[in-house]
Each structure stands twice: as structure tokens, then as C-alpha cells.
Design a protein around this ligand. Sequence first.
Ligand code: ZN
Ligand code: ZN
Length: 823
Amino acid sequence: MPEYCDVALPVPLDMVFTYRVPAETIPVVGGRVLVPFRQQRLIGVITELHDRKPSVKIKSILRVLDATPVLDDQLLRLGRWIANYYLAPLGEVFRTMLPLTAEFKRAVAYRITKEGQLALHLAGMSGSSARSRRTPEEQAAEFRVLDYLAAQEAAPEEAIELEQINVREEALRSATRVSKLTLNGLVRKKCIAREDVSAVRDATRTIKIALLKSADGKLNDNQRRIIETLAAAGGRVPVETLQALEIPRSTLGTLVKRGLIEVVAEAADFLVSRAKARPSPFAFDFNSAQQNALSRLREAVDTRKFAGILLHGVTGSGKTAVYLAGMRAVLEAGRSAILLVPEIGLTPAVAADLHQIFGDEVAILHSALSDKERAQQWHRIRSGEARMVVGTRSAVFAPVADLALIIVDEEQDSSYKQEESPRYHARDVAVVRAKMANAAVVLGSATPSLESYFNAKKNKYALVELPDRVEQRPLPEVEIVDMRQEFQETGHEQVISRKLAAEIKERFDRHEQVMVLLNRRGYSPVALCRTCGKTLECRNCAIAMTHHKREHKMICHYCGYTAPVPKSCVHCGSEYVYFLGTGSEKLEELLHGMFPQARIARLDRDTVRGHEDFERTLNALNEGELDLLVGTQMIAKGHDIHGVTLVGVVGADSALGLPDFRAAERTFQLLTQVAGRAGRGQSPGKVILQTYFQDHYAVQYAAHHDFTGFYEKELRFRSWMHYPPYSALANVLIRSDKLDEALQWSGTLGKWFEQSRHEGVRVLGPATAPILRLKRDYRYHFVLKSPSREKLNGTLRSMLAYAAAQKIPRTQVIVDVDALWLM
Ligand SMILES: [Zn+2]
Ligand SMILES: [Zn+2]
């Protein structure tokens, strides 16, 4: 066995750490180990076993957690690629790839020793030792500890199976009410032994206690409580439930011995959605475009070589059915597939569909899973029990064997980008993983990202189109309403134009349904003082706080800070505080006022706490229990509601005013997506697009459903400005809660960039970030662009090394490669 191993630890440092391998352990590369690190213990992944003696003093591994790798060669390689490409610490990458934190429990436990038994015996005979310097209280405390531990020791064998015989520190201290000092004293005297019982738990099994028969004969209080708890719960509960009753474990042992209960290890409960089953997506026949897409997909899979497909299908063209048919073909061939979906797309109803199609072969990874459930799903995938994986961003790391296909639905969706370290983009990782696995990757969208479309144009991906809606339904007609003209003609700043109001009324008269999009939540986005002209800003961010009327609060949408609704100006004390602008909450109120008879609901982050709320509202719309749904971009994503014939867009173009080179692309995508909600049933749809930017090409092309036109124009702009996809781009953000520090650090790095000349890399900055202060941090940034990714990454790497040498903490220098936001 090699003497040393290198371990990647989840700490913000760009290095691995060497530890000694104790003789009796057999660690594996790709397996996890518990190691001491500074004052703590951390779990890391072994990256290498070797015999190179380190020059510095090193520590030993404390515990080997896996006998076989949890990251196979391919996933280790993928992890290294991510660390390298996104300049992220390798240990943080591995932590993101492994959802196994629930399997590890850190704990310290105690057991009584022979010396302890003797001391207990003597204390019982003679009271106390005369020479003792301890107070009677201390002696009593020690006696309680020894007595308690001795009682546990006496528990019969069966109880021991539950856990080891030692008693966890928390349990011991709560049962005996002693301090840590008392325990330390007893350990020093060797009366008790302290052990590290940090352990890997088998997440696939749950230890349960089952009731065999209820009382025969006498039971003491504790015994009766256990039997009653079991009976009340239907005869079987997880052992944790009984442990929570704080009854000595010896009681359980006694009951096992008397044949009243037994200990069973059960396969963990598997959560299956109980949502109402919908007709299978295979209920309709494929049109020729869908058939073509499916056969292209199957061909790509069958070659067993890397192949990329960009599936560009207009809204309502039946992309999902193609995905699912492709996955079923992979399953039938005995191989594995991963389907990535945006955060909002994985509702219980979608999960129910998937179970219907794939049965127990599917593992669904969504954000509502607990750590334990996540670990269970990971094991199902790893064991080959589930070969179809559907999930949000991190499902791209699912440990499937024989990967044949990865599908990224709505590949342009920003939820695929992780906005914390490692700042990876799951779509791009999916492509790299498919390459490593010789698998096919399908990127699907009605509005592909510029990057993916560009790659398809350069033949890196095959472009497969679904140009028509299913059943020859027409795309909705889009009418633009110029809100500047509306203002001139009515003399008021309008939220809902006369045209939109008239169209809504018409739909209500025909008993059809309406959606209205306003991509801004809350009641009013700004509280402005008319006397001094200042706004109410968040205490932690340079951002105006939003008025939320129902909650009667001012809320910062960036950090969540809340404040009371001001009666007077916080700056000058003036009473003339006005609430300006309209959010979705106010829009809902306005619509109620205009159409008092209509059944109106709202869908945004304030009304939706989880997938369940989201789905309940959409179901209500689907069942015809609502006339109008107002909401933020949440309403724009992929729902298939047949009764909606009118979509109103209110202020969706406000993003065009932001200093962000992706603003046009985002606006075009949002407008196209939301327009796509109209006319998905028998009646044709219409969209009323209210805008202050009526001449902007993003608005014009979206109104004409002209994807190609938009892309060509936007690509030209990106090319002139050296933006992606023509340049690789990285945002480097310097932050500190002290303004001086943020300024000084960004100045230091700015000088370094200037002096160290990086050929082929443009560096802009330092500049104040568009949001100067966020979550208490002052922020400055650099934007780096280069046609050569290698040069860009080389520069970033040198910059990080320089920053480290200048003692700028790694956590305060954020490198965001392929940043989606420059805010
Ligand atoms: Zn004021
Ligand atoms: Zn804030």
C-alpha cells in the first residue's frame, strides 16, 4: 500500500493536501476519507495514492469512508476539468458532485472502562474517598456518569445491534446533566473512554423498530411509552423516533428479549409523487418533424461516439415527447440517460408522468429532496437500479453507468449556472461529460442561447428543427402597444393599456383565459421622498427596497432584509414619501379593480413557496377555475395550458435598460417564451406586447417570431463588441465589507493586470460593479475577454496566485468564467 495520499478538501484553496495512510487502512482513489484539517475534521476525496515523501510534517487519515470509489475515473476527470475550466478549488467541485453529506454523522461517544467499573463499585461501597479534593457535587456528577454508562453496558446483545455500546455525548450529557469538564476529568482518570464514532450511515436502509405483540405482563413506564408509541404509529417506527423519547437503550433491549419488539433494517422509503396522473405524453402521434428529430437522436446514440444536437423547436412543438421517446429507446437498449430540466420545470405532475413512463427505473432529483433522500437516489443510480435520471442542475453528475444520452431541456435557462463556487454551467458540463463518455448530448430550446446556436452554425452540433406547433396550430399573433404613445394620448402613465384592457374583456366574454406577465414582484419597486429625492435603500445593498403591501413590509430582493413601511423619509424626515412603479402584486390588484367578476390569481415567488403551490395554481388554470393568471417569468416557462388565448406582456422589456450585454438576448427569450403560452389549444392565441422600446430589435424580432433574424443581428453586435460567443469572458469580482479593503485590493490587482501585460487578453476595470454594495459587501470588478480560452485561464490563474501572495483572501476574489451576469 502506498504510504501517502493526496486529498481534495472542500475549502477555498486551489490545492490538494497530503496525508499519511495508516498501515491498517485501504483507501482508494475516488473514495472519501475523514481527515484532520486545522482545528476541524473534514471529508475529502482521494485524488492520488503515492510514495513521495512530503517535505513538511503531515498528519494521518482518521478514517477511510469508502471501500470503493464514489467518483469513478470519468467523474474524477470531469471534476478536474471543472476545477480547471472554472478556476474552482477541486475539493469544492467534488463536494458539489457528491450529494452524500447525509451519510456522515460526526459524533463523539463514551463507554465505561474496567477502571470505571471498579471506581463505581468502590463508590457504591464506601461513599466517597476521603482524600478527594472534589466537591460533593462533582463526585455526584461523576457517579451519575459511571452509573449510567454501566447500565448501558449491561444491556443485552440485541440492543447493541442498534448502535455500538458507547453512548453519544449529547445523550450522555442530557441524561446525566454533567458538563464537558466532568467528562474530561473522567477520561483523564481512565474511568471512561472517549471514542470518535463519526460514521458513514447506510442511506439506503432505515433501521426501524417493529412491534410484535402488545403488552403481556407488566411494563414499567419507559417500556409502556415505547409500546404505546409503536402502537400509535401503526406498529413500526424509525429508531430515531424512539431515541427522541430519551429512554435508556437498555429498555429497548429488554423489550427485544421479551419478544415484544424487534429491530429491522428496511429499505428506505422511496418517494413517489401522488399527484394526479395525466395522460401519457405518448398518447398522440408524432408528426414528421418529431419523427425526424427522434431518429436523428437515436442515430447519434447508436454510434457510441460523441454527438451534439441542438434541438430548436418553437413553443408547443412537442420537444418533451421527443426527449422521452429517446430516453425510452436508451432504456430498452439497457443503457443510461440523464435529462436535465430547469429549476421550475420539475413539478410533481412531471414526476408522476416520468414514473408512469419509466416506472422504478427513474430517479428524480429535485430541489425539494432532503439530504437523505438525495443520497438514497444517488445510491439507486449508482447501483444501476435507476438508469433514467431526471433532475435539475447537479443531476449532470449522476453516477450512471454506460451513459448513452444527456438531454438539456431549455438549455438557455439561467438556473443551469451555479452562482456559487464552483460556478459551473450544467449545460456545458453536460457536453464535456458526453464527450468523455462517447455519448450523445441534446440541447433543446425554443430560444437557444447565442452560444449554442453559434456552435450549431459552426457545425459543432447538428441543428435539428421542429418548426411547427403540434397539430398545425398557428403561432400566436403579436401586437405591439407603444406605451409612450399611450402616455401621450391618455395623459397618464398607464400600467394596462386601453388595448390590453379591451382584449382581456373580450376573452372574459368568450370564457377564454388570459395570462399577464410583469417580471417584477412586490407592490411598488421604489419608495421615493419628494422632498429630498432620495429612495429607501437596503441597509446591506445599494438597492431600492420593494414595498410589499400584503405583508406590509419593505423587502430587499437581493438579500432578503426587511424594514417597516416608512411613514416619513428616513433621510430628511419629510412625510412626502411616494411609492412608485408597479410590481406583480399591484398589477393583480389593478386587474381585480378593472374586472371585479374575474377569478384572478398570481404566480410569483411571494405566492409560490414550493412546487406544490406552483402546481396547484397551474392546475386551477388548467381546470378552468381561473380566468386570469398574473405573474413574473414563472408563468412563462413551458406550461401547456390549452385554455389561454391571450397573453399580455407588461414591462417585460425593462431589462433592456440594464448595463448587461445579455439584456437583449434575455428579453428576446422571455418575450418568446411567454408568447408561447398563448394558443396551445384549439383556439388561436394572441399576444399584446406593451413596450417603451418598440423599435428595439429584441422586441421586433420576438413579435415576428423571427429567431434567425434576432440571432444574426445579435451575433453581429457580439462580434463588434468582442463578447461571447466570439470571446471567452470572465468576470472577476473583488468584495469586502470594508470599502477601503475592496478599493485597495481591486487597485492592487488593477496595477498587476496593467504591469504584467497579457497578450491576447483584454482587461476592463477595475470598475465599481453595477450593484456597488450587495449583502454588505462593497464590490469592484474586472471584465476579461479573450479569443483564446487558454490565455484567459492562464491570466486568471496568475492573477489568483498574485492575489494569494498579496494575502487577499480567496473567498473575496470571485472568478466567474462564462459569467451570465455582470451585475
Ligand atoms: Zn427625504
Ligand atoms: Zn439587501
